[in-house]
Design a protein around this ligand. Structure first.
Ligand code: GRG
Length: 289
């Protein structure tokens, strides 16, 4: 497992995703350029997880998984644009530059999100409309809607006078973990994995997703390296629930490590073909951006 150079792996996969995204936004009308402003940059964790899961499950056709992987990134970008709006988090910066409503205006930012959401589903159904594609659309739409990301955001922006561990868990699970998990699930579906494996990988993805949000909360307090325009301690200042506010930094780190161990145990059950997901989990645990 040690022989996986995770930084090179992430760099190579990110490059592939960036090239594909560039292609999907080239030679269209000018609003695609506007939307691409928000798409351009980002770590591409969700598409990389989809590709890693696809390949771990024996998938070999990068052209088959790429539209699915990129569709996930478009939905994620949409959620970031809307999250930054004055009615939500009211953030002036995203991905090291002005957030969409600052660069353009609120109406254009809202429409960029709307456009990216619809375009994601066009990418999901691009080419053939196989059973796998339908299963991906079913799984993703369930997780990003009112049973997942939208519900998590509703809870997140609600007044929480006394932050409770139970509420924190519910927000993290819905806002972040389910989307990370469905990215892994989508890769497995596209590789035609067994339903048992698809379900098991989704559960491992939930643990990885919880870990991802814990490390996001921790980095909001201690500061992200290499990310411009991010104010350390933002969540604390905005009064939103975050792990360090409930458990303290060390408590949050302890819990993050526990989610990492849980995720790795679940990935390892499927054998050495899934080592990359174990290594990716360690990367998320130790990330500094
Ligand atoms: C239905 C998708 C959708 C959105 C509407 C606005 C909203 C409801 C949800 C917001 C959810 C949200 C912003 C969750 C935060 C998840 C998170 C940890 C974001 C940071 O992800 P990174 O670190 O960011 O992968 P980059 O920029 O690298 O892609």
């Amino acid at each position: 497992m040690q022989d996986i150079d995770i930084i090179t792996y992430l760099k190579n996969k990110k490059e592939l995703v960036d090239v594909a995204l560039g292609k999907y936004f080239a030679d269209k009308n000018s609003f695609f350029d506007t939307m691409y402003y928000s798409v351009d940059s980002g770590k591409r964790i969700r598409p990389i997880l989809a590709i890693a899961s696809y390949e771990s499950n024996g998938g070999r056709d990068i052209d088959a998984i790429m539209p699915v992987a990129c569709g996930l990134e478009l939905i994620h970008t949409y959620s970031l644009i809307h999250d930054d709006l004055p009615a939500m988090d009211n953030d002036d910066f995203r991905r090291g530059k002005a957030s969409a409503h600052k660069q353009y205006n609120e109406a254009i930012a809202i429409l960029s999100g709307d456009g990216l959401f619809a375009y994601a589903f066009e990418l999901f159904s691009m080419g053939d409309t196989s059973d796998e594609k339908l299963a991906v659309i079913n799984a993703v739409s369930e997780v990003v809607g009112p049973k997942g990301v939208v519900y998590g955001q509703v809870l997140d922006i609600s007044e929480n006078e006394r932050p409770q561990p139970k509420m924190l868990r519910r927000i993290h699970l819905n806002k972040t973990a389910k989307f990370i998990a469905v990215s892994i699930q989508a890769g497995a579906i596209m590789a035609r994995a067994t339903s048992e494996k698809i379900a098991g990988l989704y559960q491992a993805g939930i643990c990885l997703g919880m870990l991802f949000q814990y490390t996001d909360d921790i980095l909001d307090v201690v500061g992200k390296k290499g990310e411009l325009g991010k104010t350390p301690g933002k969540d604390k200042a905005s009064g939103k629930i975050a792990a360090p506010g409930i458990y303290g930094i060390e408590g949050a780190r302890f819990r993050a490590a526990r989610y990492a161990a849980l995720a790795k145990g679940k990935f390892l059950r499927f054998g050495s073909d899934f080592n990359i997901l174990v290594v990716l989990t360690d990367f998320v645990l130790n990330r500094t951006y």
